[in-house]
Design a protein around this ligand. Sequence first.
Ligand SMILES: [Zn+2]
Ligand SMILES: [Zn+2]
Length: 139
Amino acid sequence: MADGFEARLRAVSLRVTRPRLAVLAALRDHPHVDTDAVISLVRADLPTVSHQAVYDVLRVLTDAGLVRRIQPRGATARYETRVGDNHHHVVCRSCGAIADVACAVGHAPCLTASDDHGFVVDEAEVVYWGTCPDCSEGN
Ligand SMILES: [Zn+2]
Ligand SMILES: [Zn+2]
């Protein structure tokens, strides 16, 4: 039993495997880490797991909607298990630190397009950029 991860995997018709559970647990404990960090976290638990296995697990979990992939401009892709709440991110321009920001409105899309060109808009991708407390102290 790992915090309902087994049930979440089954709910999307995915087999429960140790690498999948390990990746979900790593992302729950360390949100917004990149692939390399996920690999080292998973290897602390499953030393023999290959890079390719972790890449595959991340792709399958992202496709299934159990993991959210975010990629701030100029950064490597990051992953998290907080999905489905349309939350946004604040990113430090200086060190790349990322924190969660609750959706400004509470549902997607939380920005109304000034002209939707006839599209049915269901999401607005919002990233807040700035300087984190650690980086602004140094200046
Ligand atoms: Zn910073
Ligand atoms: Zn997040």
